[in-house]
Design a protein around this ligand. Structure first.
Ligand SMILES: [Zn+2]
Length: 479
């Protein structure tokens, strides 16, 4: 029997705000436990929340970028539950009137483009984090009250690959929109997954399970692969899937039953009495729409159109808006967009990948890269020397001209300076010279190599070949 898979995602995204959603505590990552707290985010009795308008603006911006309908009137609700990470015993979230409804995102799959629908985007507060030690446990409330938006998709995704592609595309939109830093290591983007399997052709969705503890896009992919297999195996041998929440065990590579799935009514949602509803106006939305930065798909198309880049280059460069900005700055300066793109895609992205750092942290500037490329084009230095200059620029910054001068890397492009070296090489290697004259073209490479060696890599290889050829073909060795 063949099976169809339906996957829906619930993605929690930390918004790029300086302060928490209902108080003025900072959202900076990595502070010692319980140093970024106050009566509001600790949930002390009598402390009243005040809404951070920037969190609302960023959520609406996400909604606009993803084609959602924006509710001009939305409200906050209390989601009641009992757990040590939430001293109020409720989380402030949005229930029946979220900020954004509908919308979606197009992804590219091997079978063509697919539109993945969104159900809603709502705003809520993050909770604390339980920490477990040998003899005791503790709670860190630094994260409590950090603004999150929850993006819920319809169950339109049909494979682990598609879910992975969707997450990457969503991350691009959020980065380009300046909505979130999307730093997975810092928990900026967390994902829960709903998944069900049914016999192909069946009208109704199968029983779904929810997967938690997915800390990376890779974990989402692996967990889905495992869970799809598990559910198909159950159904294939006539058994049923239990509706439940399962935890992904990354070490063992399996999902484990956590609890039977709770329904919305278990949370006893009710309207938050301490916050007035959020009222937006059409004028406000128009203004925010105008502030929306260029999104990845539009930017890709523009890079192809304006700089004549191949689609592939445009896609690689726009995966990170900072990289795309860097490219555009360097391309405008150098007037050699394809060459700039090649250098960024190979050398620069390789170094960023190795260091796990952002292009913003590199001391290399777009101007310096453009200048370096120009010097290669003008024949001032050769490629191997340029690569070594680039490595230095990425490590310490500086101006290419100064580095080239200091390290004596200027290419020897002066025929008069090369001719004596060529003579020396021909005198010392009569064998290969004779081979070349007898028709063994490959011998030329050896001779070029010898000249490069004697000039410590600084000779212009093209010119070396030219001088060698002229010398070998026009004159006899004895002349
Ligand atoms: Zn606080």
């Amino acid at each position: 029997m063949k099976f169809a898979v339906s996957i829906g995602l619930e993605i929690h995204v930390q918004l790029r705000t300086r302060t928490k959603i209902f108080c003025g505590c900072p959202t900076t990552f990595g502070a010692p436990p319980n140093t970024q707290v106050c009566p509001v985010c600790l949930g002390l009795p009598g402390a009243l929340p005040v809404l951070n308008r920037e969190a609302v603006r960023l959520t609406v911006m996400a909604g606009l970028a993803l084609g959602c309908r924006i509710n001009l009137r939305s409200k906050f609700d209390r989601k009641n539950y009992f757990y040590p990470d939430m001293p109020k015993n409720y989380q402030i979230s949005q229930y029946d009137l979220p900020l954004c409804v509908g919308g979606g995102l197009e992804i590219e799959t091997p079978a063509g483009r697919r539109f993945i629908r969104l159900r809603r985007i709502h705003l809520e507060e993050d909770v604390g984090k339980n920490l477990h030690f040998a003899q005791s446990s503790g709670v860190d409330f630094n994260r409590a009250g950090v603004p999150l938006m929850e993006i819920v998709t319809e169950p339109d995704l049909t494979s682990a690959d598609e879910a992975h592609t969707f997450l990457l595309a969503l991350k691009e939109v959020l980065l380009h929109g300046g909505i979130s830093d999307c730093n997975l290591e810092e928990g900026n983007l967390r994902c829960d997954v709903n998944i069900s399997v049914r016999p192909e052709g069946a009208d109704e969705l199968g029983v779904k399970t929810e997967l938690k503890n997915l800390n990376s896009f890779r974990a989402v992919h692996r967990a889905l692969d495992y869970e799809i297999r598990r559910q198909i195996d159950l159904l294939s041998c006539g058994r049923t899937v239990v509706q439940e929440t399962r935890r992904w065990n990354d070490e063992l590579g399996i999902t484990e039953s956590m609890r039977t799935k709770e329904e919305a009514h278990d949370y006893r949602y009710f309207p938050e009495p301490d916050l007035v509803p959020v009222e937006l106006t059409e004028e406000q939305l128009t203004e925010w729409r105008a502030q929306l930065p260029e999104l990845p798909a539009a930017r890709r198309a523009r890079l192809v159109r304006e700089y004549g880049l191949p689609e592939y280059d445009a896609k690689v460069l726009t995966a990170d808006p900072d990289v795309a900005d860097f490219f555009e700055a360097a391309a405008r300066r150098s007037q050699q967009p394809k060459i700039v793109s090649n250098w960024i895609m190979t050398e620069v992205l390789r170094v960023l990948g190795e260091r796990g750092s952002s292009i913003r942290d590199l001391p290399l500037t777009p101007d310096a890269l453009a200048e370096l490329i120009e010097m290669v084009q003008r024949g001032v230095i050769n490629m191997p020397a340029a690569k070594s200059v680039l490595a230095e620029l990425m490590e310490h910054g500086g101006r290419p001209a100064e580095i080239i001068e200091r390290r004596g890397l200027v290419q020897i492009s002066d025929r008069g300076a090369l001719e004596p070296v060529v003579e020396e090489v021909l005198r010392d290697h009569p064998g290969p010279a004779a081979d070349y004259r007898n028709g063994k073209a490959a011998a030329l490479q050896f001779l070029i190599g010898q000249v490069m060696k004697r000039t410590r890599g600084k000779a212009n290889p093209k010119l070396v070949a030219e001088v060698l050829r002229a010398r070998l073909e026009s004159q006899s060795p004895s002349s």
